[in-house]
Design a protein around this ligand. Structure first.
Ligand code: PLP
Length: 382
């Protein structure tokens, strides 16, 4: 077979998948390995999709999204952040991941680098590497009072080939959140150095000490070098629907349509109608989902911090516990053994970038019953 590009040929098998493939769909397993709620998508969202299919919304639509969803997003962002976004800055995307890929496609050439705050969801560094870019991981410090960013380390990692800082806040897997003053310092730095910010804000609603996480959009000007990535997946329990949005400078609007066109011809037409319903009618659902996550977070934090060998701080945001276990070097083998011996599915820490061996990630957007049983099983296994 003729060779395919090394950046693709040499990709590592995804480590979360290496665990999940052992038991996906097995009813005896409690699966806490992926980043999604166990709640079904709310009925009113599904009904809106069914109605849209019946009304014939099953054809190609504008690659930047139907006007209804772009307007709904504009209003939603105004309500969440108290900001006015020009319509031209809003593009609906086939998912948050598609939005990330398109931002990376816009910025990264062979030999460029992207500096990213780590531990980080692996698809992000795979996207950069697939484009021929280098990933520079700046790891948060794991302290007893939570994950902390050293801004000096972040800035020192940048050089003349740095095209973007990738900042997922709230973060998957750590639950770390970037505060307003840190965002201001980062924005000043990026303006001065001509570096883009890819602000991954897909967990903006999954916060426990405020209504919404701070957004770079609240402190920036319309033509600042910022891509803000959003998604329907997490807040509205719509992970399988594949719909998200990207906020970008207005002058990139046509390019967003072009890139959306060659990635997936834009988001699925009837799913966009469901997205409008999610935004317009979903506030009660989002609030209840976050309250449920809050209970999950407390339960998981209390139980894990009481276990021998486990190191954990209370997750600040998002719906994950990312914890270290003393004495475990091969976290992938350990997560695979947990499947066989304890019937619990967790993600291995080493999936999330360098220096995370010995960590595991557990998604607590799950019923208290499932979480308690999973933790009983983990404790017995430890
Ligand atoms: C940090 C982060 N960004 C983006 C995404 C992508 O979300 P989706 O493609 O489901 O919209 C995820 C999903 O897990 C994520 O954790």
């Amino acid at each position: 077979m003729p060779r395919i590009r090394p950046a693709v040929a040499d990709m590592e098998n995804q480590r979360i998948g290496e665990v999940a493939k052992l038991a996906i769909g097995d009813p005896d397993i409690i699966p806490l390995w992926f980043g999604e709620s166990d709640l079904p998508t709310p009925d009113f969202v599904s009904e809106a999709a069914i109605a849209a299919i019946r009304a014939g919304h099953t054809k190609y639509v504008n690659k930047r999204g139907i006007p209804e969803i772009r307007t709904a997003i504009q209003k939603y962002m105004a309500a969440q952040y108290d900001i006015e976004l020009e319509f031209e800055r809003v593009t609906a995307m086939g998912s948050g991941m598609t939005a990330i890929m398109i931002a990376v496609e816009c910025l990264v050439d062979n030999g460029d680098n992207v500096v990213m705050i780590s531990p980080i969801w692996p698809n992000i560094f795979y996207a950069v590497e697939t484009m021929g870019g280098e990933c520079r991981h700046v790891r948060l410090d794991d302290t007893e009072t939570g994950w902390k960013l050293d801004l000096d380390k972040l800035f020192a990692a940048c050089d003349e080939r740095t095209k973007a800082l990738f900042i997922a806040s709230p973060s998957n897997p750590t639950g770390w959140l970037m505060e307003r003053e840190e965002q201001e310092a980062v924005l000043d730095f990026c303006r001065e150095r001509g570096i883009w910010i890819i602000a991954d804000e897909v967990y903006h609603r999954i916060v426990y000490d405020r209504p919404v996480a701070p957004s770079f959009l609240q402190i920036s000007e319309p033509d600042d070098p910022i891509f803000a990535v959003h998604s329907f997946s997490k807040s509205w329990a719509m992970t399988g629907w594949r719909c998200g949005w990207l906020i970008h400078p207005a002058e990139l609007g046509d390019r967003m349509g072009d890139l959306s066109g060659i990635n997936n011809t834009g988001s699925t037409s009837f799913v966009q109608h469901a997205g409008v319903a999610a935004i317009e009618q979903g506030e009660d659902f989002v609030r209840a989902m976050v309250e449920r996550c809050r209970r999950g977070r407390e339960l998981v934090f209390q139980r894990l911090s009481g276990m021998d060998r486990v190191r954990i701080s209370r997750p600040q945001a998002a719906f994950y516990a990312f914890f270290g276990i003393d004495g475990i070097e091969d976290d992938l083998a350990f997560a695979q053994a947990l499947i066989r011996d304890a019937r619990v599915g967790l993600a291995p820490g080493s999936a999330f970038g360098p220096d995370n061996a010995g960590y595991l990630r557990l998604c607590f957007a799950n019923s208290e019953q499932n979480l308690s049983t999973a933790l009983d099983r983990l404790e017995a296994a430890l």
